[in-house]
Design a binder for this molecule. Structure first.
Ligand code: ATP
Length: 561
């Protein structure tokens, strides 16, 4: 083995314990294991290690005794610092051994999907050896080329509980500085500030764009970046079948809004420190984006959920009650449920290939998802050969048409899991396969609709109901039965009879809604008639998807020291 690839192995002291430290350059891991466990110090090295391994194992089973084997992947080391100042300590052993030291900061899983930055200080008698360790770890960190060095940060100071600035200054900025990441920070002064700025700024200077805020702020940053990419590539966003230029810069989300669904569905938790650590270590998650057009005019992009009927009505009502804060969603959800409206129209859709799974799959899209990986290879190949063409698939595909009365039409670009609905609207939806799950909830009784809603929160299959159809699609069109002009006229009449509970057919309630609105990632769209197409892996996030059963303390995985 070449010397540069050989593991670096030596005795190191951690607190007052003597360990064997191993820097395995091939495997890319730093590990340390106690050599002389205190209770067995005089029994000889081998016996002590055997005993301690056994105790570690029992400890893991009974959670009474700490494990002694620690390992951190280099990719999860945040920083290494040479400790300059000698700290005083009463222990004789400490004074003897801690003459030279270095500190390693690393990401540790402390709870399901929650990460924290932990640190461990290693001491060694020999200055040269200490220097060798620092150099070797630094060299390995320099090989982590996916890590960002310079970031552009947008903070919405008014998102959520208006804590965006404090969250950034107290929880995020110190970690960026520890990891030697420099930033240009813009605190937004108005809606669309970030979006407009993204059309002007020199993006080549940055390795990523960070959105500090909620889903609305993320959507603004995403629109700015996608719009900028199309402008630079001369692509007309108004053409619904134009293949869009992918964003070549990653977006990071620091959750600080009232709804942080995109962060939750891509990281597994809405926690600013966890998201910061994913940004620092340079994680990458591709994500599909849907384009929404009306009459050959671009309307909006959607990254999470497009909802007509129930979710559209909840949004419309919640906007009137913004003063309530996040509770407005529960209030409006309850009101909308009672009003029980259905809407008539025609849905046409183009179903996706079976190899991309089904919305009824039991398995969910997790970190390293094989179906998403397969799509990455296909998209890369098509883009390389300039074959990525929506027009082509459009003509070759069969379109299915369904006419009816719908309580809800939902198109989920991801599971849309969030703390309120941990399974999400479509639990098996993928993040990056170029498909969306189209859920059609037909007109049904209140009780049946309640059963469907309740199933978003429990273990039962929310699609296993006679009035619910679900399809994995690449594109869909919706045409309401009533024209938008007709709807406007009816609404004017309805205003006179405001506040009555509707029985669903709108004839007796006086509300006279004949059309609902589309809720596009939490924003209302002006048109009911839409054309929606999925753009496979159009954007990239600093995330890795939700980790499968990420256990906080694993045998040979990072352990609190
Ligand atoms: N300085 C600002 N003043 C007013 N609005 C802003 C400002 N900066 C950004 N915005 C807008 O605020 C909206 C909501 O932001 P954000 O998502 O961060 O908060 P939120 O509380 O989660 O909001 P919501 O849940 O209502 O979407 C975004 O659409 C964004 O365009």
């Amino acid at each position: 083995m070449e010397p540069a690839r050989r593991p670096l192995v030596s005795q190191l002291w951690v607190k007052n314990r003597c360990c064997e430290g191993v820097l395995d350059r091939g495997r890319g891991a730093l590990s340390w294991e106690e050599l002389q466990p205190r209770p067995q110090r005089d029994r000889g090295l081998c016996l002590a290690r055997v005993l301690h391994r056994a105790r570690g194992l029992i400890g893991r089973l009974t959670e009474q005794y700490p494990s002694v084997c620690h390992s951190v992947p280099i990719s999860e080391i945040i920083a290494i610092e040479a400790e300059t100042e000698q700290k005083r300590c009463n222990s004789v052993t400490w004074q003897k051994f801690k003459s030279h030291s270095f500190k390693v900061h690393y990401a540790q899983r402390v709870q399901k999907n929650r990460w924290r930055c932990c640190e461990v200080t290693f001491w060694c008698k020999d200055e040269e050896l200490c220097h060798q360790w620092i150099q070797a770890i630094k060299e390995l960190l320099e090989l982590q080329t996916s890590r960002p060095k310079h970031l552009l940060v947008y903070i919405n100071p008014y998102g959520g509980k208006q804590q965006g600035k404090q969250i950034y200054e107290q929880k995020v900025a110190p970690l960026f500085s520890l990891a030697s990441i420099t930033t240009d920070v813009i605190v937004t002064e108005r809606a669309d500030h970030a979006k407009d700025n993204l059309f002007e700024v020199n993006l080549e200077k940055y390795d990523g764009v960070i959105s500090v805020g909620g889903d609305g702020m993320f959507s603004e940053v995403m629109h700015g970046l996608i719009g900028r990419m199309q402008k630079d590539s001369g692509i007309d966003q108004n053409n619904p079948i134009a293949p869009l230029a992918p964003c070549n810069i990653r977006i990071g989300i620091i959750p600080a809004g009232s709804t942080d669904c995109i962060c939750y569905a891509t990281v597994g938790i809405n926690d600013p420190v966890t998201s910061t650590l994913h940004i620092i270590i340079g994680d990458l998650q591709f994500m599909d984006v849907c384009s929404v057009h009306h009459n050959n005019t671009f309307v909006k992009y959607s990254a999470s959920l497009l909802g007509y009927g129930f979710y559209g009505d909840v949004l419309k009502d919640s906007e009137k009650n913004r003063w309530m804060g996040p509770t407005r969603y529960d209030f409006s959800g309850f009101k909308t449920f009672l009003s029980h409206h259905y809407y008539e129209g025609t849905v046409s859709f183009q179903q996706a290939n079976q190899t991309l799974g089904s919305p009824r799959d039991k398995s969910t899209c997790r970190s390293g998802c094989n179906i998403c990986k397969q799509s990455t290879q296909e998209v890369e190949e098509k883009r390389r050969q300039h074959h990525y063409n929506l027009e082509e698939t459009e003509h070759n595909a069969d379109w299915k048409v369904i006419r009816g009365k719908f309580m809800a039409i939902n198109a989920a670009n991801m599971s849309c899991a969030c703390p309120r609905s941990p399974k999400g609207v479509s639990p098996a939806a993928h993040l990056a396969t170029g498909t969306i799950d189209l859920i059609l909830v037909r007109n049904c009784s209140r009780l049946n609709f309640l059963r469907h809603l309740i199933r978003h929160r429990n273990r039962d299959d929310q699609f296993d109901l006679a009035f619910v159809d679900v399809y994995r699609v690449r594109a869909f069109l919706f045409t309401p039965k009533h024209s938008e002009k007709e709807d406007t006229d009816n609404k004017d009449v309805g205003k006179k009879h405001f506040n009555q509970i509707c029985n669903g057919n709108h004839s007796s309630c006086g509300c006279n809604h004949v059309n609902s609105i589309w809720n596009c990632d939490g924003e209302a769209l002006d048109h009911a008639a839409v054309e929606v197409r999925v753009h496979c892996q159009l954007i990239k996030l600093f995330a890795r998807g939700i980790e499968e059963d990420s256990k906080p303390e694993d045998a040979c995985n990072p352990i609190r020291v």
